[in-house]
Design a protein around this ligand. Structure first.
Ligand code: ATP
Length: 315
């Protein structure tokens, strides 16, 4: 297994018309969840990715499981909870670039994850453990599960990759800051955005933030900069790797997850950091061009085409 990740996936409903959702009569139904997005992104690029989660024993849980199986993500450590439902959420596209999100996930099956759901034999097979700041926000037991997974991954020698993925709707700011900083201190590689860095350290200069994250414990920091691309920082070097030009952003949500999948893909293939970030930028750019969190995640030949043509005539 190349990467194992842990988190909640939900069914996402989006009205087919703009405007207030109260007036909507038709919705599209898709699935979404940061960690499963990353797992799907990796699988599409030809890597072995496993997703640990809990689903409700209901129609939506079955839909999510089928979808991930169909994407060749390993779901052998996904269990069904008989009492709690699968989480759902709605996206309300009010205007262009203004998407409201409504969660119905409190008490969901995934929020019932506990450390006893972790199988160390399974985790020990992973070269990388990917975690996000969403899972510890779901419940106390989810938070314990994440810290236990980190402990096991460390003892197994796996590399811990952390995307803070701040979701202020899910927890209070003080707890969020303290918990995300605690996880960041344990991570080998961290993939923040500037806004997340500012939330954690009160600093908005990406260069200073890179150093702050390194001082906090990470050995590699990759800071996402939207259309500009991303910086990477280690104690020895740092550089801005420019993003690929996108003519029209259709849906920016999920770009960060695609970026994580592209970056991990580069590391698994043994690329140097600058090239892994370049691959991450290509995947992130491709994701923004398609509606839906996972729909734009590319296969390998599409990424290679974007990189070889430097985005021209492609994105
Ligand atoms: P998300 O909305 O998924 O949480 P994020 O805030 O974590 O995303 P972004 O910086 O928005 O992260 O995007 C991640 C990466 O995707 C960027 O670093 C870049 O490589 C690519 N990307 C995002 N937006 C664009 C764009 N408009 N043009 C080109 N590339 C983009």
């Amino acid at each position: 297994m190349d990467v194992v990740t842990i988190g909640e996936s939900m069914v996402v409903f989006t009205p087919t018309s703009d405007g207030f959702m109260r007036n909507a009569t038709q919705f599209t139904k898709k699935i979404g969840g940061a960690e499963s997005n990353v797992a799907i992104g990796l699988a599409r690029l030809g890597h072995q990715a496993g997703w640990i989660s809990k689903l409700g024993d209901d129609e939506f849980g079955k839909a999510i499981l089928a979808s991930l199986k169909g994407e060749n993500v390993d779901v052998s450590n996904v269990t069904f909870d008989k009492q709690a439902p699968t989480g759902i959420y709605f996206k309300e596209p009010r205007r262009q670039n203004n998407m409201r999100v409504y969660y119905y996930r409190k008490g969901s099956a995934a929020s019932k994850l506990t450390p006893s759901d972790l199988d160390n034999g399974y985790l020990s097979k992973a070269k990388y453990l990917h975690i996000t700041g969403i899972t510890p926000a779901l419940s106390d037991s989810c938070k314990e599960t994440i810290f236990e997974a980190i402990k096991l991954a460390k003892s197994n020698g796996s590399t811990i990759v952390f995307d803070p993925n701040l979701r202020t709707k899910l927890w209070d700011e003080k707890t969020a800051r303290a918990t995300l900083l605690e996880i960041a201190a344990e991570a080998d590689i961290i993939l923040p955005g500037v806004a997340e860095g500012e939330f954690l350290f009160g600093e908005s200069d990406p260069l200073k933030l890179g150093q702050l994250f390194l001082n906090h414990g990470a050995s590699v920091v990759v800071m996402k900069m939207g259309a500009e691309g991303a910086y990477y920082f280690t104690e020895k070097e740092s550089a801005l790797i420019p993003g690929f030009p996108v003519k029209q952003v259709v849906d920016p949500v999920g770009a960060g997850d695609g970026f994580a999948a592209g970056f991990l893909s580069g590391l698994i293939d043994g690329l140097e950091l600058s090239k892994a970030v370049e691959r991450a930028n290509a995947v992130g750019a491709l994701v923004t061009m398609v509606n839906g969190d996972v729909d734009g995640l590319p296969e390998r030949d599409e990424v290679e085409q974007v990189i070889s043509k430097n985005g021209e005539d492609v994105v």
